[in-house]
Write a protein that binds this ligand. Structure first.
Ligand code: ADP
Length: 151
């Protein structure tokens, strides 16, 4: 069984994440959307809210499960018996950052990372820009799934 973990903060989930997840569905039998819990990081949305957004967005999608984890992503992959990590790439900065992590994860745990290149129409979307707009009471409905914009 081909199983992948898509780790992220999803603070909040955007249409950029949704694009990567939907396009990865034909590649895997199961995709675990996993929110990494990092107690030293400040988030706009609580863990419960971020999980609820993911659940609402992907309800009825039998290949997707949603959870949280603490610690190393590769340890979580082992626990889940997932051989792959899924990540999206938007730009050279993403590539440089992701490259070192992916190579290290493969070396220390034998977990390979599958990268999907962002679609042209979602490549500019980031959770941090969405948060900036929300902080200033702007409209994010073109950038996020309904579960987030209707909250
Ligand atoms: P993290 O804190 O782990 O970077 P994010 O939720 O910001 O968590 O991102 C999770 C993954 O989603 C990363 O691989 C990131 O590159 C990818 N991603 C975010 N936005 C987009 C987008 N617009 N297009 C493609 N991939 C994206």
């Amino acid at each position: 069984m081909k199983k992948a973990v898509f780790p992220g903060s999803f603070d909040p989930i955007t249409l950029g994440h949704c694009d990567i997840i939907k396009r990865a569905l034909p590649l895997f039998d199961e995709i675990v959307l996993a929110i990494g819990v990092n107690s030293s990081k400040k988030y706009m949305f609580s863990l419960e809210e971020r999980i609820a957004f993911l659940k609402e967005t992907f309800k009825g999608e039998s290949k997707i499960t949603i959870t949280k984890y603490q610690g190393l992503t590769v340890d979580f992959c082992k626990k889940e018996q997932a051989s792959f990590i899924l990540r999206g790439l938007r730009n050279p900065a993403d590539f440089e950052f992701e490259k070192a992590i992916a190579q290290t994860n493969r070396l220390i745990a034998g977990v390979d990372t599958v990268f999907l290149l962002t679609s042209a129409d979602t490549s500019y979307i980031s959770s941090s820009i969405v948060r900036d707009i929300l902080r200033n009471n702007g409209d994010v409905s073109l950038l996020v799934p309904d579960a987030v914009s209707k909250q």
